[in-house]
Design a protein around this ligand. Structure first.
Ligand code: B1M
Length: 210
């Protein structure tokens, strides 16, 4: 079995110590972080998604898979961020209210950091008011909203509305993303852009700031 298949299996089986060690081994061999993410960690998480949907995996197992994926991402983080780079801009990001999914957001954060952006990551389950307060405090150029559940998409709209009500809407660009999000939804709630993945999110933020 190839190293990538092995890593994918470790994510599927929730073997977080194994995933951490193998990610480190692949880094030591000089494999590019993005290759490790796409061919190993993400490949495993894609299988988890299919099995979860089919009812072949349950929440506790999926949580172990998420932990395994995160342990790999933590190893890769320092290899992707270049602290000597001048700041490309400030991005405030969070997963919206009611939504606890953070793996995709973490990947977006990692890619943005590696592209030289300063990131304020509010975490998960972030209330619209908390976004408003954080915008007042940190004055970012971009606000990034992530949602993985169809039921929490409405919280994106609420967050955009809350920023409008506080007179902050025109001070920031709003970028949205996550599996159920589309360009038409982004247009509908009045966001400035939609990105289907972490690389696209980075390009979008560059374009919106630049
Ligand atoms: Co959840 N879950 N989950 N889950 N979970 C999904 C999303 C689901 C599609 C699974 C399924 O049924 N097939 C389904 C949602 C169905 C729907 O709404 N239509 C679902 C469900 C139902 C649930 C629960 C309700 C289950 C339950 O309790 N009965 C529950 C909800 C909890 C809550 O949030 N309130 C729940 C819980 C969980 C876990 C806690 C077990 C775990 C999350 C752990 C964690 O994140 N720390 C989990 C997981 C892991 C998943 C799946 C399997 C994988 C998600 C993931 O991490 N993907 C997921 C199935 C799937 O997506 N196939 C599923 C990998 C990640 C890299 O991709 O997040 O899409 P993704 O991010 C991408 C892009 O979307 C984009 O870039 C990222 C990188 O390329 N992107 C952005 C994301 N955010 C962005 C922001 C941007 C731009 C791009 O700009 C700001």
């Amino acid at each position: 079995m190839s190293n990538f298949n092995n890593l994918a299996d470790m994510v599927i089986n929730g073997n977080f110590m194994g995933a951490k060690d193998l990610t480190q081994t692949l880094v030591d061999k000089g494999i590019a972080p993005l290759e490790i993410i796409n061919q190993g960690l993400m490949a495993g998480m894609n299988v988890v998604g299919v099995r979860f949907k089919a009812g072949d995996m349950f929440v506790p197992e999926v949580m172990m898979s998420a932990k395994a994926m995160s342990s790999g991402i933590e190893i890769l983080k320092p290899f992707m961020a270049d602290s000597d780079m001048p700041s490309a801009g400030k991005v405030l990001i969070g997963t919206v209210k009611g939504d606890l999914h953070d793996i995709g957001k973490k990947l977006v954060v990692m890619m943005l950091e590696s592209a030289g952006f300063d990131i304020i990551d509010l975490g998960v389950d972030i209330d619209p008011t908390a976004f408003v307060n954080a915008v007042k405090e940190h004055k970012p150029q971009v606000v990034g909203l992530s949602a993985l559940l169809t039921t929490t998409m409405v919280a994106m709209r609420d967050t955009v509305e809350a920023l409008k009500e506080e007179g902050l809407r025109d001070t920031v660009k709003i970028v949205v993303g996550g599996a159920p999000i589309s360009q038409s939804f982004a247009d509908d709630i009045g966001a400035d852009g939609y990105a289907p993945d972490a690389a696209a999110a980075t390009d979008l933020c560059r374009g919106l700031i630049g």
